[in-house]
Design a protein around this ligand. Structure first.
Ligand SMILES: Nc1nc2c(ncn2[C@@H]2O[C@H](COP(=O)(O)OP(=O)(O)O)[C@@H](O)[C@H]2O)c(=O)[nH]1
Ligand SMILES: [Mg+2]
Length: 179
């Protein structure tokens, strides 16, 4: 059994707590569609605390998912987990343009702290007022190599897709590093 950490971060009200609460709804092994080699997610602990959950992936890997608040951000809370940090997700609330600056600072701080792969997920994409992904990519100055995915944090399928995108990105980065 292997144990890894995934960190979920983002500015205030980005949807971090909701993202993890939604994952806590997974009660049984679930079949995950392509595009990843991952075939199942399974909740490990039903009584997980609010901002942490554990998930079995393919029965032999446990991924612990932590919410690290970005506002204010405490680097020591990340240092504790960095060694086994597989990658991280930066959430940006698509209805809060006022948080572009804070999210940019957060992206910068994380890239200073770690080389772990990351993706950005634009939350609240179910809101008619949501900012389009192309504009978010531009304002967050994301290179084409960084996946930017839409997310509705209350929707389990949507949250799973974000994790799968991160796992695919990690796989891709690991493969590139071997070349
Ligand atoms: N409709 C909708 N609301 C969202 C979504 N993500 C976040 N929110 C809203 O943002 C609020 C803050 O989310 P929360 O998870 O507490 O943010 P945190 O501060 O990052 O932990 C929630 O109460 C929701 O109203 C989303 O994908 N869709
Ligand atoms: Mg929260």
């Amino acid at each position: 059994m292997q144990l890894y950490n995934i960190v979920v971060t983002g500015a205030h009200a980005a949807g971090k707590s909701q993202f993890i609460q939604t994952l806590q709804k997974v009660e049984d092994s679930l079949v995950i569609p392509q595009p990843s080699s991952v075939t199942s997610f399974e909740r490990q602990r039903i009584e997980a605390p609010l901002d942490h959950t554990s998930i079995f992936i393919d029965s032999d890997v446990i991924v612990d998912i932590f919410n690290l608040d970005g506002d204010p951000f405490d680097p020591s809370s990340f240092a504790e987990r960095e060694i086994s940090c597989l990658g991280y997700v930066v959430l940006f609330n698509s209805c809060r343009p006022v948080h572009f600056a804070e999210t940019l600072r957060l992206l910068h701080r994380f890239t200073m702290l770690t080389n772990a792969p990351f993706i950005v997920a634009a939350t609240q994409q179910d809101d008619p007022a949501a900012i389009p992904l192309s504009y978010i990519r531009q304002r967050l100055n994301l290179s084409e190599q960084i996946p930017l995915v839409p997310c509705v944090t209350t929707n389990l399928e949507s949250v799973k897709q974000v994790l799968l995108s991160l796992l695919d990105h990690i796989e891709h980065q690991t493969y590139e590093a071997l070349l």
